[in-house]
Design a protein around this ligand. Structure first.
Ligand code: NSP
Length: 219
């Protein structure tokens, strides 16, 4: 089994709970309350700035130009790629970026990003990718699964979100991250692997917590 197959297996029950979460199901069948989605969108926009900073740690810690470019391209893919979907929804909802910055990150959001940033600050490139991977990969899987629900990609409101994560660009970027995890973890000791698994599973738990946070409109 590859390292990423082992990581996937370790987090599988948590990911299944994400797939079964009423928030995720609600995006897929189009029944999700718009207020909950708007709340999620704003929290997620704030989240993504910190998520991009985790990749930026990778630029700092990379010891090879190619790895530096990899992390740097990912910073760009978030700020200029994934966040485009958020900005399109913000435009539809009449929300400016300034208004988003007045929103306080919920505790579940702040705890998640603080955890990732701390793992990145104290670790090396492998720990950095492990802390990013649950985020990137679980959304790639959620997007791909939701896209198979009849009507989900064409839904007038939620379709854009599903298309963004199911789309080729997002899936390709995620595939590269999965491959990078395997490359960076190649030959790691059992102890090093355990640390990567801890980070990956904890981030998966934070992912589930993020859906819950949005579902409950955590204040
Ligand atoms: C909380 C969260 N997790 C993952 C993703 C996908 N990058 C996201 N936008 N937000």
């Amino acid at each position: 089994m590859t390292v990423t197959q082992r990581l996937y297996k370790a987090a599988k029950p948590i990911w299944q709970a994400c797939h079964d979460h009423p928030f995720v199901r609600g995006i897929g069948d189009g029944t999700l309350d718009r207020e909950k989605f708007q709340y999620f969108l704003l929290q997620d926009y704030l989240y993504l700035f910190d998520y991009a900073k985790v990749f930026a740690w990778g630029v700092v810690k990379a010891d090879q130009p190619e790895l530096m470019r990899f992390f740097s391209a990912n910073v760009d893919a978030i700020l200029g790629g994934e966040m485009k979907t958020h900005r399109a929804y913000m435009a539809r909802l009449g929300i400016t970026e300034e208004q988003v910055f007045r929103v306080k990150p919920a505790l579940a959001n702040l705890s998640y990003t603080s955890y990732m940033l701390s793992a990145a600050a104290s670790g090396g490139p492998a720990e950095i990718v492990a802390s990013i991977l649950a985020c990137s990969w679980s959304y790639a899987e959620i997007g791909a699964r939701l896209a198979r629900i009849p009507g989900a990609v064409d839904h007038p409101f939620y379709g854009e979100w599903v298309r963004g994560y199911a789309g080729e660009e997002y899936q390709r970027t995620n595939d590269a991250l999965v491959a990078r995890m395997d490359a960076l973890a190649e030959g790691c000791t059992q102890e090093q692997y355990r640390r990567l698994e801890d980070i990956f599973v904890n981030c998966s738990r934070y992912e589930l917590g993020f859906w819950d946070m949005a579902w409950r409109l955590e204040r």
